[in-house]
Write a protein that binds this ligand. Sequence first.
Ligand code: ATP
Ligand code: MG
Length: 338
Amino acid sequence: MSISDSTILSVQDVSISYLAHRGKVRAVSRVSFDLHQGESLALIGESGCGKSTLNLGIIRLLPKTGRIDQGKILYTTRDGRVVDVLGLSEREMREFRWAECAMVFQAALNSLNPVIRVRDMVYDTAQAHGRHDRVQIRKRMLELFRRVRLDPERVFNAYPHELSGGMRQRVLLALGVLLNPQVVILDEPTTAVDILTQRTILEVLRELRAAMGFSIIFISHDLSIAAEMADTVATMYAGEIVEIGPVEELFYRPRHAYTLGLLEAVPKLSVGAQELVSIPGSPPDLIEPPPGCKFHPRCPFVTERCRREPPPLVEEAPGHRVACFESARVLAHSQPVR
Ligand SMILES: Nc1ncnc2c1ncn2[C@@H]1O[C@H](COP(=O)(O)OP(=O)(O)OP(=O)(O)O)[C@@H](O)[C@H]1O
Ligand SMILES: [Mg+2]
């Protein structure tokens, strides 16, 4: 199994599908990327493009109807061993999900059991993972609560309903990193909270990351948050990564028409009440996606070739890969001569 030196997580040619009444939903198609030590990767793309499915696949928490059809997921442990995540036993997986690669869920606000105090949830979780030293766990948890700017004693003994949404989100973040994981996956950690709470969550996340040095996979619908939090951004469309690269590259020199469309759909404060340009049409059916480039029916740069042939993901600038035959035109469009 090969994996480069600083790579913590290597996702190689992974496809995931769900079995539905109508047929096989191809939710993730042949996705590959490497996550490096300390790197923060943002996944962007419209609702239903496969962001959550990809992450659930990585930690093998897909619902029963979900299946990893192909590909490899390799992970480098702290002591330098490379493990094949898809080959781990259920027991090894439980350890992996907390001690190595922790996930903080979308809409996690409701995932706290209302009749269980925070401390008991912490102890229960620890116990389920074979950690029985309560004194040690309590000490570490209180320290992390302080780090995420919570009043440690009060929160530790509280019931979830006594905490605000933002506080609960921070509780889950602190609990997620209790065992010092190398990777933290955050699925829309800031949706369903107000903008000030959002700021606090991002700040504590940044501080935690600086202190603990974990890598991040971050899903957000908010491009300004992605721009702020990410080193690398990947655009997903209809289950595929269509563009991936360093954050400034992707946001200032997009080469895929879909990334360009997402960026143009963001209202800009500076231009006032200008009409919002959005991408016409809607994402394709993932049971029978269109041939060629899946984005072609919505693409303003479409050619005959795009309708026939699926474009491969090609590196066009250092670290910047794109799956588009017309990337040069897209780039020229995104870089108007001033
Ligand atoms: N349990 C399921 N059974 C069948 N299809 C599913 C299931 N879960 C998700 N899907 C489908 O898989 C595709 C990818 O969904 P996924 O939830 O991964 O998207 P997403 O990018 O996370 O969307 P969002 O931004 O809304 O969270 C969608 O077409 C969705 O309808
Ligand atoms: Mg999702």
